[in-house]
Each structure stands twice: as C-alpha cells, then as structure tokens.
Design a protein around this ligand. Structure first.
Ligand SMILES: Nc1ncnc2c1ncn2[C@@H]1O[C@H](COP(=O)(O)OP(=O)(O)O)[C@@H](O)[C@H]1O
Ligand SMILES: Nc1ccn([C@@H]2O[C@H](COP(=O)(O)OP(=O)(O)O)[C@@H](O)[C@H]2O)c(=O)n1
Length: 238
C-alpha cells in the first residue's frame, strides 16, 4: 500500500474535527490548482486521484502490459507499488523509488489513460487505495482535499464537503491549450474524447444530490479559489 506522503504532522489531527473535502469535475475546471491551495491554506494533505490512474497507465506501459488486456491491467492495479506524495506544495508520484511526475503528464499517456480508468475492476482497486489514503491524511494532518471524477459520488460520498467544479467547454479548452501551449483544436479532440470515455464510468458533468456546484466559466482563478474556500469554511463551522 502506498504511503500517505510527507506532510504528516500528527499533532494537527488530535482532538480536532477531521475534514474531508471531495472535489470532482472535468478537465480544465480548476480542480487541481484550487484543491492544492485549499489544502495548503489549511495544512491538510492533498490527493490527486487522476495522478493515480495516470501512474497505473505509466506502469502498465513500462511493464509491457497491454492496456486492452483488462485482467492484466487489473492485476497490475492490485500489485503496483504506488507512492503518492501528498504535500500540496510539492505533490509527487512514484512507483517504487522511480519518480514519474513528468512522464504521467505526457500527451501520449494522457491519450491512453481512459483505457485504464474505464476498467471497473481497476476502479474498485483504486477506490480502496484512495479511501485508505484519504483516511490516513485526515488522521495525520486534520484534513484532506481529494480531487478527481468520482470522489463526491463513489470514493467519499460521505465527505464533509462535496463540490463539483464545472466550466464551459470553451473556457476549459482555452485554459488547457494555454497551459499546454497547444492549439484549441488539438486540445479539443483530446479533452472531448477523454470526457466522453470518462463519462461512461463516472458521473461528473452534473452535480449529484448534496454536491455543491461551482461554475468557474466566468470566474478568475482567484474567484474560483475564494468560492471553494467559502464552502469549506461553512462546513468547518457546522
Ligand atoms: N477560474 C479560472 N480562470 C482561469 N484559469 C484557470 C481557472 N482555474 C484554473 N485555471 C487555469 O487552468 C488550467 C487548468 O487548471 P487545473 O487546476 O489543472 O484544472 P483541472 O485539474 O480541473 O484539470 C491551469 O493552468 C490553471 O491555472
Ligand atoms: N477519480 C478519477 C480521477 C481521474 N480519473 C481518470 O484519470 C484521468 C486523468 O485525470 P486528471 O485529473 O489527471 O485529468 P485532468 O482533469 O487534470 O485533465 C481522467 O481523464 C480519468 O480517465 C478517473 O477515472 N477517476
């Protein structure tokens, strides 16, 4: 089982309410950047669940596991030695002692990750890892912010805070193409295809019952952050 990371101040957890924050949404809505800052401001752990699916994809490719061979990918998902670094100021991903932070962001890997993420047995294994890490981080640091596609609905439906970040396709494409220095058209085919494949196994385009919607289409990054922080503050007062 993977380690919970490097920001574990055991004292922070003692006697205080532990807060679990779950944030979902499609690509380019601001999940990762907002989640990291929310976690950092509170001294909590940060879990990038998309990075976990990316890491499994990298491991399968590295080990010559055919991504279309469902049972083989499932076996890999059970046994691979995933190490998630969960400090929001410096999140890291490794398999064993091999750091793969850059490799998992490569466009070719990004194109393939949905093959792995649409395997339901893989999802069941990843869900267990994700729940264990969230629990461990909440105990160690007093809170956790976990982001992905199915955290509010499947991984942590009982989280104290559940947020779905959305944004128009236009806004998401503009942000991603700027970030990747690619054209909007090249980014469109990648993102639209990935959203479509991801939507076959997770429901992240509309907010489920009890999930608060934050539409960032017309917001600056700072406004998106403020909106999420306000929701988190509200839950801490409850
Ligand atoms: N509200 C916003 N307005 C403008 N740019 C944003 C906003 N939220 C995020 N960004 C930028 O868009 C890009 C994608 O954000 P990211 O947090 O990686 O999204 P996600 O995790 O949902 O894919 C980043 O470059 C980020 O700085
Ligand atoms: N909870 C999650 C998180 C990610 N994923 C998968 O992992 C991929 C990469 O997630 P990511 O969060 O890094 O992607 P971006 O939203 O940053 O583009 C997604 O396209 C999904 O296929 C998932 O299935 N479930």
């Amino acid at each position: 089982m993977s380690e919970g990371g490097d920001n574990g101040d055991e004292r922070k957890g003692s006697g205080m309410k532990q807060i679990q924050v779950a944030i979902d949404g499609p690509s380019g809505t601001g999940k990762s950047s907002v989640s990291k800052l929310v976690a950092k401001q509170h001294g909590w752990g940060y879990l990038d669940t998309g990075a976990m699916y990316r890491a499994l994809t990298w491991w399968c490719l590295d080990q010559d596991v055919d991504l279309d061979d469902g049972p083989a990918v499932t076996d890999a998902s059970k046994s691979f030695d995933l190490q998630m670094g969960t400090d929001p100021s410096n999140p890291t991903v490794a398999v064993g002692d091999r750091r793969i932070d850059a490799e998992i962001r490569e466009p070719e890997l990004t194109r393939q990750v949905a093959k792995v993420a649409t395997n339901l047995e893989v999802r069941a294994n990843m869900r267990e890892r994700q729940r264990a890490l969230m629990q461990q981080l909440a105990e160690q640091t007093g809170g956790v912010v976990a982001e992905g596609r199915d955290i509010t609905t499947v991984v942590a439906p009982d989280a104290d805070v559940r947020i779905l970040m959305t944004a128009s396709e236009e806004a998401r494409l503009a942000r991603r193409s700027k970030e990747l220095s690619s054209t909007v058209e090249a980014t469109r085919s990648q993102i639209v295809d990935r959203d479509k494949a991801d939507s076959t196994v997770s429901q992240f385009m509309t907010a489920a019952d009890g999930v608060t919607l934050v539409d960032t289409s017309e917001l600056t990054f700072e406004e998106s952050l403020a909106a999420v922080l306000q929701i988190v503050q509200g839950a801490r007062r409850d």
